[in-house]
Write a protein that binds this ligand. Sequence first.
Ligand SMILES: NC(=O)c1ccc[n+]([C@@H]2O[C@H](COP(=O)([O-])OP(=O)(O)OC[C@H]3O[C@@H](n4cnc5c(N)ncnc54)[C@H](OP(=O)(O)O)[C@@H]3O)[C@@H](O)[C@H]2O)c1
Length: 314
Amino acid sequence: MDYNSKIYVAGHNGMVGSAIIRNLKKKNFENIITRSSSELDLRDQKKVNLFFKENKLEYVILAAARVGGINANMNDLTGFLLDNLSIQTNVINAAYINGTENLLFLGSSCIYPKNAPQPLKEEYLLSGPLEPTNEGYAIAKIAGLKACEYLNKEHGLNYISIMPPNLYGINDNFDPETSHVLSAILKRIHDAKEKNKPSVKIWGTGNPYREFMYVDDMADASVFLLENYHETDFINVGVGKDITISNLAKLIKEIVGYGGELVFDSSKPDGMYRKLLDISKIKKLGWSYKTSLRDGITKTYNWYLENIIDTNKK
Ligand SMILES: NC(=O)c1ccc[n+]([C@@H]2O[C@H](COP(=O)([O-])OP(=O)(O)OC[C@H]3O[C@@H](n4cnc5c(N)ncnc54)[C@H](OP(=O)(O)O)[C@@H]3O)[C@@H](O)[C@H]2O)c1
């Protein structure tokens, strides 16, 4: 990648997109183009085609998507399928027809079958039924990665699809309706501490395992892969270890400094039992993550206190 390459980061206001911008700037890439969803709704095919035609883009990083936790996903399978299909199809197709040769598509570890062996190797894709609570989102992501794979094979492009695990960090979503597990637990425990509550309820049994990656590590891997990965197939990006939700909650409790009890609400769904990614492929390329879970949660909590809590108080 040239330092003057014209790079469009779709979804730059989001958690992943903003981390990618930080990473690109740190690496001295300055020719970055952005549009918020109010300036350019990526579900609008005409507008997306016009935008690509007017801006000769050399690299596209597609971090715009309809994203949410288990609650949001299971209550709107239709919206998560159709919005994501529209966004990614419009962007990938516009990039292709307007001559953009390099693109990075953000997928997710939920593309893998519910009962696939662990850790999840790339080759397990489409080997069994998906987890039903986020099937709509997962099917859209599978369609996106296949579109990239076909364009690479049939048209010689470099459209990389990466499958990260659960991400968290600066600019995370703390809205109880749509947040993911880590930020949801962090907010609940923080609120319980502030209100001196003797206990705090956590969704599900606490037994499932999840792999968590700090978003700046994800961004670093994204830029690294754009520069160093030129195969046609998608690739997993992760930390290669996981933790139960109950141990995650205990760790968050310690970081927040909450003395109350954690109560697991088993009437709420757990989602997939385990989804640990096999990261041999990216390791072989020489990339690995840097931020430990404890350090990442501490950074995220400090950011939350400074940016969400302080802003709300003003
Ligand atoms: N968060 C995770 O744990 C996780 C895990 C694995 C993979 N991923 C993937 O990483 C990518 C980014 O996720 P994230 O966590 O950063 O999500 P996020 O914080 O919710 O950000 C998503 C961004 O997408 C943009 N967007 C949504 N709908 C749009 C539309 N119709 N037109 C234009 N822009 C639109 C939003 O733009 P505005 O802010 O301008 O509205 C927003 O900035 C997604 O592809 C997601 O599937 C995330």
